[in-house]
Ligand binder design. Structure first.
Ligand code: R5P
Length: 313
C-alpha cells in the first residue's frame, strides 16, 4: 500500500537571529510566522515558549548561528524543545549558518569535536531533521544521525558575480578546504582555471600564505569561501594574488558573512573590486560595498519539497 500523500499542515517559527529570513520565507510559503516568546532572566538565562497551536503540525524552526553563536545555539535548542513538548508532529531545524562546524575532527590531541556535539544536541533537543546551507564540511552527513537537507547558495552567488568577471578568470580557493567549493563555482560558471592557496593559520585572526598552485596569471581572480569571519583569509589571499598576478581584478564571494573583529575595516582597506555574501547571517556591520544575496527563496524551495506545501497561487 502506498503511504498517504496528504501533507501535514506546516508552521514556521523564528529564532531571534533569523527574523530577517523567516518573514520573507513564511510569505514565500504562504504561512504566517508562529508566535514565540523569547525572554531573558536577569542572569542571562533564556526563557522560551512557543504558541501551543503547533500541536500535530510539521514545524520548521529557523535560526541562524551567527555571533553570539553560543546564545543563538542555545536559543535554537530551547525552541526545538518547546516545539517537541508542545506536540509538533515533525520538527525540522532550519539552520542557514551552522556555527561550530570548523571543528569536525581532532586536529591535535585533546581537542573537542564541536560539530559532533552540535549535531548530537540538535537531535536530543527534538530535531527530526535539519536543513543547512553550504556547511563548512561537505561530508557533514556522516556526522549527523538525523537526516539532512543540504542546500547551496553557490548557484545564486555565481549568478550574482558573473557580470564582474572580465578577461581570463581563475576561481581561487583561499585554502585547501575550499577546493571543492572552488570546483563547484568553476562548474557553475563554466570556467576551467582553479587555483589553490596554501594557508597556515597563525591565530584566530591571522593567517599566512605558504604557496599558490594551479593556475597561471589571469585578469580576474574570483576568490570563493564558505565563511568570512575576521577577513584574514581573504586579506592574505588577495595580497598574494595581487603580487603574483600583477594586480588582477579581485572578486570575492562567500556564503556566510560573519564580519567579526575588525573584518569591516580589513576588507575596506583591501578594497576588492566586488564583494558579496548571502543573508544567511543577519548583517549588522558589513563593508559598505558588500552586496547581499537573499536566500529565503532557496530555503522556501527546500521546505516546499520536504513539507509537500505548494506554491501560494
Ligand atoms: C576556514 O576553513 C573557512 O573556510 C574560512 O576560510 C575561515 O573561516 C575564514 O575565517 P577568517 O575570515 O577569520 O579568515
Amino acid at each position: 500500500m502506498s503511504p498517504s500523500t496528504t501533507p501535514l499542515p506546516a508552521a514556521v517559527i523564528s529564532g531571534s537571529a533569523a527574523n530577517h529570513l523567516t518573514g520573507p520565507l513564511a510569505r514565500d510559503l504562504g504561512l504566517d510566522v508562529t508566535e514565540t516568546r523569547i525572554d531573558r532572566f536577569p542572569d542571562g538565562e533564556l526563557d522560551v515558549a512557543v504558541d501551543p497551536s503547533i500541536r500535530d503540525l510539521d514545524v520548521y524552526v529557523v535560526q541562524s548561528l551567527g555571533p553570539p553563536v553560543s546564545d543563538h545555539l542555545v536559543e535554537l535548542l530551547l525552541l526545538l524543545d518547546a516545539c517537541r513538548r508542545a506536540g509538533a508532529a515533525r520538527l525540522t531545524a532550519v539552520v542557514p549558518y551552522l556555527a561550530y562546524s570548523r571543528k569536525d575532527r581532532r586536529a591535535s590531541p585533546g581537542e573537542a569535536v564541536s560539530l559532533r556535539v552540535v549535531a548530537d544536541v540538535l537531535q536530543s533537543s527534538g530535531a527530526d531533521r535539519a536543513v543547512l546551507v553550504d556547511p563548512h564540511v561537505p561530508q557533514v552527513d556522516s556526522i549527523f544521525s538525523i537526516p539532512l537537507e543540504v542546500a547551496s547558495a553557490v548557484p545564486l552567488l555565481a549568478k550574482s558575480v558573473a557580470s564582474d568577471l572580465v578577461g581570463s578568470v581563475a576561481v581561487v580557493a583561499p585554502d585547501l578546504g575550499a577546493v571543492h567549493l572552488a570546483e563547484r563555482y568553476a562548474a557553475e560558471l563554466g570556467l576551467d582555471a582553479v587555483a589553490v592557496i596554501r594557508k597556515t593559520r597563525l591565530s584566530g585572526s591571522e593567517v599566512e600564505v605558504t604557496g599558490l598552485v594551479g593556475s597561471g596569471r589571469v585578469d580576474t581572480a574570483l576568490i570563493v569561501d564558505d565563511i568570512i569571519s575576521t577577513g584574514s583569509t581573504l586579506e592574505a589571499a588577495t595580497e598574494e594574488l595581487r603580487s603574483r598576478w600583477h594586480d588582477p581584478k579581485v572578486v570575492i564571494t562567500a556564503t556566510h558573512g560573519l564580519f567579526t573583529a575588525d573584518a569591516v575595516e580589513r576588507l575596506g582597506r583591501l578594497d576588492p573590486d566586488s564583494l558579496s555574501v548571502t543573508d544567511s547571517v543577519e548583517q549588522g556591520g558589513r563593508p559598505a560595498e558588500c552586496q547581499i544575496v537573499g536566500i529565503h527563496s532557496l530555503l522556501g524551495d527546500v521546505i516546499r519539497r520536504l513539507s509537500g506545501l505548494s506554491r501560494p497561487g
